[in-house]
Write a protein that binds this ligand. Sequence first.
Ligand SMILES: Cc1ncc(COP(=O)(O)O)c(C=O)c1O
Length: 398
Amino acid sequence: MSKSDTPRRPRTQVVRAGRRAEWTGGIVNPPVWRASTILYDDVASLRERGAADTHHRLYYGRRGTPTQWSLADALTSLEPGAEGTFLYPSGVAAIAAALLAVLSPGDELLLVDSAYDPTRAMAAGLLKRFGITTRLYDPLIGAGIAQLIGERTRAIFMESPGSLTFEVQDVPAIVAAATARGVTTLLDNTWATPLLFPAVARGVDYTILACTKYVVGHSDVMLGSVTAGPGRFAKLRDTSFQLGQVASPDDCWLGSRGLRTMAVRLRQHQESALTIARWLADRPEVATVLHPALPSCPGHDVFIRDFLGSSGLFSFALAGGGEAERAAFIDALDLFGIGYSWGGFESLVIPVDTGRHRNVAVRAPAGPMVRLQIGLEDPDDLLTDLDQALAAWQVARG
Ligand SMILES: Cc1ncc(COP(=O)(O)O)c(C=O)c1O
């Protein structure tokens, strides 16, 4: 819906992208088009549609409707240089489809040790069962990844920063080493989104979002996406079709609605999370803060070099105590919901036990760790809440 071809900045794109007049008429948001059967005028048109490339043409419900195409197009346009986006019913489904699109029996996957736990479980379970082996690598390996690339290495899966321990990876160095050896790169970019780390422009072949988080932004929809770099989309689309993947039009509609405010929400998440992370870093009850924008976070220098900003999720370690004292701190919080996921409008908290999730390069802080998702509440209220919960932690320590 643009009258000119002037390139748009990303914050303009989240507002405008994916809104094609031929899909929506004058309606601002593409409506929810639900479909399974699509009716044809006659046998000839049924055969013609079936034979043609059905991209952006109604064919059968599983291939989507303008509701899904609009969101997919918008996400593609946020990644300069990307070829296309496929949507999935969850972030984990997106990760699975991307990995299955690029790996075959006998291949080896290099997987960052700080990856989201279900990604690790997928490698140790599903991929192993199909004859694909996985080698875990240190998130701070950088160009050293070249030493791990062997004859069978087909893909490298990165997540930067890791969503529990927040090490920032040197994605450009890893991409350079991979490209030199013809190895495909995948990145779980959920924390940064394309607004803070345009992954395809930085050479990543497949960039993955759990849209459940910042795209949707309201803690009420499961949704995932994979955006493919140049020449990479057909493989992803074919594999996803073969897997029968389709994201529901209702969920995609909510995803599109969330996307329109993602940039402004992210700005607030960034500002409030930084205020709180810095406040925590000055507290005697806190041993260390793992926020990529703070020097105490491993990979901070890479963060400063590569990212356009930070989002609302980080961890910190309490300066002592154990499970019971940490639980006393978390249970005392009033404005932080105890629950998984992040990227919504509400602040959340969970305990983090990294030992369970790590095999190489374990560099967890000494004290018990807590992860915070900083929502859109007034940060002063969140600080007051954290202050009284730290007092409860002190009481529990005796
Ligand atoms: C970094 C990261 N990637 C992927 C996912 C999976 O997304 P979903 O919950 O939509 O399957 C999550 C969920 O917490 C996550 O934190």
